[in-house]
Design a protein around this ligand. Structure first.
Ligand code: ASP
Ligand code: MG
Length: 422
């Protein structure tokens, strides 16, 4: 007998009709002799609806007391969908019980709206499983030391599911979603994109952080840390498809690298439209400038991604880095007020019309010239590279926004990722 955790996203839980389908699918797995724990998201649109209500009452309010209430509010979405799923399972003749985060309990720290899971008690859940019930645990939420309800950040149900799978030592955690797996790149940009049968956990981590929004990044980190076998698959196949076929479908996130000997050098092309560039021009070139510029930025809790410092001319240099769109205005303001005067730099300029494109693959570890090939492909398309950053398994470039799709398509083709045409 195996134990599986199924996670269903908001779209899969989007109506009573769809919830009934989820119930039928889960019942099929349970009747095949497996112990089943299910972690649902709120019905699609529900979390947004709830948060919008709070905004109607107060447009911006950044107190801990307010964030506490946001979590109290948002957590109801998952409570409702979980109860509905339990009811649907019971209607299928399958014994089922649902629990909120605090009933399990799923313990978290106290950072409202972005709490981290600390531990999950499996006693109650195990007892129910042993009594032959399907157990449903609300995604997205937990409880802190003081007994307050917390939530894990948008998309956090993925992390709930992986954490439950880790705590229960599940055989596999299956993330059912509205796409049928992880692709070599976004199929909306490259129609020839292919679904990957497997992807290594490290590649998945890079792709998730680079803007492939299939999984919440924290769930991938969690899966890596606790070695939870994780599969992303479609919830839109008919519920009664053959269970063995279903169990092999989608994309499996793997941990064994040697299994991947045949693997391509580059597994995927990721991109991120949300980055913007900030340049501090005419900075006196002396020790400590990176710290003087980025120190205040870090203190303001602004995440910096790609960084570049140009060579100096006449004792002055230019220093550029990228930040998320949401932090762009705040970063400019901060630098203009604090850094430019203190540093004696000439000016600070921002550029929002940039994007980041990355090639990702664990095969890059054992191959040379991969980055050079990327630069050649871009130059053949006449695309200017503004910034470069590399890690062991990825190379990223910052380019002008308007060339993004061209760059992704060209790289996808050049690294042999296009689907073979029949
Ligand atoms: N319902 C939450 C959200 O919309 C969590 C989730 O769906 O994963 O962000
Ligand atoms: Mg999601």
């Amino acid at each position: 007998m195996a134990l599986f955790v199924h996670k269903y996203g908001g779209t899969s839980m989007g109506s009573t009709e769809r919830i009934r389908n989820v119930a039928k699918r889960v019942a099929k797995w349970a009747r095949a002799g497996h112990q089943m724990v299910v972690v649902p998201s709120a019905m699609s649109g529900e979390t947004n609806r709830l948060l919008a209500l709070a905004k109607e009452l107060t447009p911006s309010h950044a107190t801990t007391a307010y964030f506490r209430e946001l979590d109290m509010l948002a957590a109801t979405g998952e409570q409702a969908s979980s109860a509905l799923l339990a009811i649907a399972l019971q209607a299928e003749g399958m014994p089922a019980v649902s629990y909120t985060g605090w009933q399990v309990p799923v313990r978290t720290d106290s950072s409202y709206t972005k709490a981290r899971i600390e531990s999950i008690d499996d006693k109650r859940v195990r007892a129910d499983l042993d009594a032959g019930k399907v157990v449903i645990i609300t995604g997205f939420q937990g409880i802190d030391e003081g007994g307050n309800i917390t939530t894990l950040g948008r998309g956090g149900s993925d992390t709930s599911a992986v954490a439950v799978a880790a705590a229960m030592k599940a055989n596999e955690c299956l993330i059912y979603t509205d796409v049928d797996g992880v692709y070599t790149t976004d199929p909306r940009v490259v129609p020839q994109a292919r679904r990957l049968k497997t992807v290594s956990f490290e590649e998945m981590l890079e792709m998730a952080s680079l803007g492939s929004k299939v999984l919440q990044i924290r769930s991938v980190e969690f899966a890596g840390k606790y070695k939870v076998p994780l599969r992303v698959l479609s919830s839109f196949t008919p519920w009664d498809i053959d269970i063995n076929e279903e169990a092999k479908s989608g994309t499996l996130i793997t941990f064994e690298e040697d299994e991947q000997m045949e693997q391509a050098v580059v597994s995927g092309i990721a991109f991120n439209r949300d980055e913007t560039k900030i340049s501090v021009l005419g900075v006196p070139d002396k020790p400590g400038i990176a710290y003087q510029i980025l120190g205040p930025v870090a203190d303001a809790n602004i995440e910096v991604d790609v960084i570049i410092q140009n060579i100096s001319k006449d004792g002055r240099t230019d220093f550029s880095f990228t930040v998320n769109h949401n932090d762009h205005a705040r970063t400019l303001e901060l630098l203009r007020e604090k850094v430019v005067p203190a540093l004696g730099a000439q000016e600070v300029v921002g550029d929002t019309a940039i994007s980041k494109v990355s090639i990702v693959g664990i095969g890059m570890r054992s191959h040379v010239g991969v980055a050079a090939k990327m630069f050649r492909v871009l130059s053949e398309e006449g695309i200017n590279i503004q910034m470069i950053s590399t890690s062991e398994i990825k190379t990223s470039v910052v380019i002008e926004d308007k060339y993004l799709e061209l760059a992704v398509r060209a790289l996808h083709k050049a690294f042999d990722l296009d689907q073979p045409t029949a």
